[in-house]
Design a protein around this ligand. Structure first.
Ligand code: HEC
Ligand code: HEC
Ligand code: HEC
Ligand code: HEC
Ligand code: HEC
Ligand SMILES: [Ca+2]
Ligand SMILES: [Ca+2]
Ligand SMILES: [Ca+2]
Length: 378
């Protein structure tokens, strides 16, 4: 008896609450068109921004210089790790344009003035680390400027370091060249920014031609909260019915090709790229043992690549940064980090697949033990 009583109270309460909610919802729906009370856009934007990663002054991205002697963000880092550095780069402080001339204060986050300023209003292009310049609308100029990485695969330090070293030879001058983090602008633009290491003789996809309403950074990301722009995942659902919650974006598939060569042509594109990523890692490790004669391992934090002396895949005490690089390994390692730190599957799946497949193929040219599966290069 007691149980049924409780149950009926619950059902009753539920009925009332859904009724009330339904009522509120319907009046809101009815009233919405004539609601002329202006929202307070500035405070709404400020609240969203304050809860975002851009405002997180405790994040390592804004605190990495805490222990330095002069307690400053040096000019080479300030462009993306502080608003004042970006404004210096834009020439808004009276210094040269396209150059950071002064160090910035620590903890100066990505504030309103990074994106809302007179340079951004009129800018029509953005320069990338490869030296290439791409036409841009002003809303994405700040995004592309900070989310572009620090190295282009070609025309960058990578080829300079390699110089004339033979592809499978080790040399003391060689070392990991880091594309840096969240280089999503470069990923999105593909060969129009030359962000990845593009192999000679191959052609590469340009920017990801997606669909109307989801082409630009700010069409998909709310520039203040950084989350998916309203109406969130429902925006994806209009065209991708499989998206019914976050992170269902990872279930989307449109391509008919088996990028990772595992015979599965129904798995999500996320898994095609993930499959290639894993195969590239296997290839790099195999090559390091067979050709460099020193096993390598990867960790998401500095030094990223380490000498995995006991070959267990994790960095143990005493296992230092990797030193036995060959040019082939450097290119592959560069592309591995570039694709895995820029959510390649959603920002440019074709460019991602091309870079990963070409990296595995190149490594196999030096180590015949690396299996070349039936990758479908898009
Ligand atoms: C082109 C823009 C750009 C430049 C230049 C740049 N960074 Fe970054 N950096 C970023 C972005 C974007 C992130 C995003 C980090 C994240 O994942 O939280 C980042 C992340 C980091 C992080 C945090 C990594 C983590 O695990 O959260 C460190 C540390 C860092 N950068 C150091 C540096 C240093 C040191 C320099 C200068 C030598 C530098 N960066 C120059 C854009 C840049
Ligand atoms: C990372 C870049 C970025 C940052 C940081 C940023 N904004 Fe914005 N903001 C934008 C973009 C881009 C738009 C245009 C939005 C759109 O078109 O959807 C915008 C739009 C706005 C608007 C609406 C303007 C209009 O015409 O409707 C207001 C108000 C605003 N921002 C205030 C702020 C405030 C206040 C801050 C700091 C607390 C801030 N923004 C930080 C990029 C940024
Ligand atoms: C001044 C450089 C700068 C600008 C301009 C900038 N970003 Fe960022 N962004 C960063 C840094 C640095 C981080 C990492 C922050 C952290 O770790 O707290 C980041 C983080 C992010 C994240 C990750 C959020 C998360 O929760 O992990 C997204 C998404 C993002 N930015 C999108 C954008 C978009 C879209 C724009 C343009 C409207 C933009 N950013 C403009 C530097 C910038
Ligand atoms: C089609 C919509 C779409 C577009 C266009 C888009 N993004 Fe994203 N972005 C996403 C989604 C979805 C995620 C989350 C991916 C995941 O975690 O699976 C994401 C993730 C990110 C992240 C975090 C990556 C990480 O690994 O934490 C950053 C930074 C980012 N986007 C920046 C940008 C920038 C800058 C642009 C413009 C060059 C852009 N995005 C364009 C949908 C988009
Ligand atoms: C207006 C329709 C439309 C909307 C809205 C849309 N997409 Fe797409 N999406 C497409 C089309 C069409 C393709 C195939 C594009 C191509 O390959 O040329 C695609 C492809 C993709 C792919 C790559 C799949 C593959 O196999 O190559 C991903 C990932 C993706 N969309 C994510 C998203 C996300 C995340 C959102 C929401 C933020 C979104 N889409 C919103 C139409 C849309
Ligand atoms: Ca300057
Ligand atoms: Ca597959
Ligand atoms: Ca180990």
């Amino acid at each position: 008896m007691k149980k049924t009583a409780i149950l009926s109270i619950l059902v009753f309460a539920l009925a009332i609450s859904t009724g009330v909610l339904g009522y509120l919802y319907s009046t809101k729906m009815v009233e919405e068109p004539k609601a002329e009370t202006p929202q307070l856009p500035i405070s709404a934007m400020t609240d969203k921004w304050a809860a975002s990663a851009h405002a997180d002054s405790s994040s390592l991205a804004f605190r990495d210089w805490d222990e330095t002697e002069d307690k400053n963000v040096p000019p080479t880092c300030a462009k993306c790790h502080s608003s004042s550095g970006l404004k210096d780069y834009f020439g808004l402080d009276g210094t040269a344009v396209m150059a950071v001339d002064n160090p910035a204060k620590i903890g100066n986050v990505v504030d309103c003035s990074a994106c809302h300023n007179s340079y951004v209003e009129t800018a029509a292009s953005v320069k990338f680390p490869s030296g290439m310049e791409a036409a841009a609308t002003s809303d994405v100029v700040p995004c592309w400027t900070c989310h572009q990485g620090m190295q282009g695969g070609i025309n960058g330090d990578l080829d300079k370091k390699i110089g004339s070293t033979e592809v499978d030879a080790k040399s003391e001058n060689l070392g990991f060249v880091n594309p840096h983090y969240l280089a999503v602008g470069s990923m999105y633009l593909g060969s129009e920014a030359n962000g990845g290491y593009q192999y000679e003789g191959k052609t590469y996809a340009g920017h990801f031609e997606h669909a109307e309403g989801v082409q630009t950074c700010t069409e998909c990301h709310d520039p203040h909260s950084l989350h998916l722009a309203d109406p969130g995942f429902k925006k994806c659902q209009t065209c991708h019915a499989e998206v019914t919650a976050w992170p269902d974006q990872q279930k989307i598939r449109r391509t008919k090709q088996d990028y990772d060569g595992d015979g599965d042509v129904t798995e999500p594109t996320y898994d095609e790229i993930q499959g290639l990523t894993e195969k590239l890692m296997t290839a790099i490790v195999l090559y390091s043992k067979d050709i460099s004669k020193a096993p390598i391992g990867y960790t998401q934090n500095y030094p990223y690549w380490f000498a995995d002396q006991n070959e267990n895949g994790t960095q143990d005490e005493g296992e230092k940064g990797y030193k036995d690089w060959t040019p082939r390994m450097m290119r592959a390692a560069f592309n591995y980090k570039f694709v895995t730190t820029s959510a390649g599957y959603v920002h440019n799946p074709v460019y991602s697949a091309q870079l990963l497949i070409d990296s595995i193929t190149d490594l196999s040219g030096g180590d015949s033990a690396i299996a070349l599966e039936k990758f479908a290069r898009p």
